[in-house]
Ligand binder design. Structure first.
Ligand code: HPA
Length: 256
């Protein structure tokens, strides 16, 4: 048996309804998690190890609040030079492993005035600007489950916290935006900008999965504060809401 077949058999014995895909810097989420088994992306047919600092590139199966949970520690980005097929490959893997709901997380720059480093936003739609002419397409809301948006907002309200539901723009990167691009995105109704998630959400929805996505605001977008952006700042701020995301996952699991 290959390492993946052994892992898949263990997943079958503890079938998770939810998989979480962790973005930059969220490596240790969820905090209360008893790992049962894990495998490196490199040992999964169709996946390769991520090249981005802050992504360990492992899939863990474990128990969170007594529920089986699959956690993807890292993802494959278009800006790393991967094909779209490869970017979507973790989603195909989690669907094959029987998961029904996926929570995508990402690091993003805040454009909405209320989004500051350390804040979270749940996605109610996206602009997929990573493909030619993406900016001519309308806002995409169909990939994101409105029930799950409401559920995570309700769970947050019950903890006395406000969670903005906003629009995410997925851009190619790998460099951060110019201030002019951010003014343009703001005019298009975008609340947060990042370099992932949109195609994974589209793929998951096309496979019949329910999707919810959370942006971790690591910085104010370019031009909204003095100074320039860099990946070190993004990583330094990405771990700030890790406890809050852990609690959100725990709160969501019993309702799935
Ligand atoms: N822009 C794009 N991607 C990002 C940003 C940003 O400001 N912050 C974290 N990921």
């Amino acid at each position: 048996m290959s390492a993946f077949q052994t892992f898949a058999a263990t997943v079958c014995a503890h079938p998770p309804r939810l998989a979480v895909v962790l973005g930059s810097g969220l490596g240790r989420v969820p905090h209360r998690f008893d790992e049962i088994a894990s495998i490196s992306f490199a040992d999964v047919p169709g996946l390769v190890a991520p090249s981005v600092h802050g992504h360990s590139g492992r899939i863990s199966l474990g128990l969170c609040a007594a529920h089986p949970l699959l956690v993807f520690r890292g993802r494959l980005h278009f800006y790393e030079g991967h094909t779209w097929e490869r970017v979507a490959s973790p989603i195909h893997v989690l669907a094959e492993l029987g998961v029904k709901v996926v929570l995508l997380t990402n690091a993003a720059g805040g454009i909405h005035d209320q989004l500051n480093p350390g804040d979270l936003m749940v996605l109610k739609g996206d602009l997929f600007l990573q493909k030619p002419n993406g900016w001519k397409q309308p806002l995409r809301t169909a990939c994101y489950s409105p029930q799950l948006v409401e559920q995570v907002q309700k769970n947050e309200r019950e903890r006395g916290r406000k969670l903005l539901a906003g629009v995410y723009a997925a851009v190619t990167g790998p460099c951060y935006e110019t201030p002019a691009e951010i003014r343009g995105l703001r005019a298009m109704g975008v609340d947060a900008v990042g370099m992932s998630t949109a195609f994974e959400a589209e793929t998951a929805a096309s496979l019949g999965l329910e999707v919810v996505a959370i942006s971790c605001i690591t910085n104010k977008a370019a031009g909204l504060t003095a100074g320039t952006l860099n990946h070190a700042e993004v990583l330094a701020n990405a771990h700030k809401p890790a406890e809050r995301i852990s609690e959100m996952i725990e709160a969501l699991l019993p309702d799935l």
